[in-house]
Structure formats: C-alpha cells, structure tokens
Design a protein around this ligand. Sequence first.
Ligand code: ZN
Length: 130
Amino acid sequence: MVRYINVRSKSRTEFIDITGMVQEAVKEEGVMKGICYLYVPHTTAGITINEGADPSVQRDIQNTLSKLIPHEMNYFHREGNADAHIKSTIVGTSVNVIIDEGRLLLGTWQAIFFCEFDGPRHRRIAVKFI
Ligand code: ZN
C-alpha cells in the first residue's frame, strides 16, 4: 500500500519539514522495523534530509542553489521554470529512512524536508513501508 502526505507550499522556493507527518504515518501503519521509502512524484520539487534545528541552514541551501541555478537564464525550456527542474534533479526525488522500534532513525539534528522549487502549489509525497 502507498500512502500520501499532502503539503501546500506558500512560496516559489520553500523547504517544508515533513518529519512529524512521516513519523505519524509510521505510527498509524504500526511499522516497528523496516524502511520508509519517500518519493516525490513531481518534476519541479525534491526531498532531502538535513539540519532541522537551525532554520538558517535551509535558507543557506536554498540561496546557494539559487545562485548556482538562476531563475532567469538562456534555458531552452520555455515554461519559465527550468531552474526548478534542474534543482529537482540535483536534490533528488527520494530518500530512505530506517525505522527501528517504531521510530524514524534520524540523527539528533536531522529532519526530512519536502523541497519546493516552483511554488506555491499543492504537492504530495508518496510513502511506502518495506
Ligand atoms: Zn517546466
């Protein structure tokens, strides 16, 4: 069975901490041990695991990606969101987290972030337990 976590981004670029929602899904499914596979079925968004304690880390990641991949450039893609497609490919669209004793096995400072690169939009993250 595949579950979905729904999020609504409010800006063009935004990281949304979904750790609590993922942990809630683990609890609801009663998974004690295994792998939580998270997949973003979008071409202009991504998912990553990084520091959740200090929000300036997320800002630094977003700002650095935007410097490396500017919004306006001589892109072939005419939809105006080529930068978002490139960021999605660089960041990636899936992560795996080990589940042990019913908990996501994350480091103290780690959080799971849905990465919006072409918002605001309604988005979803597929969750599969193995
Ligand atoms: Zn596009």
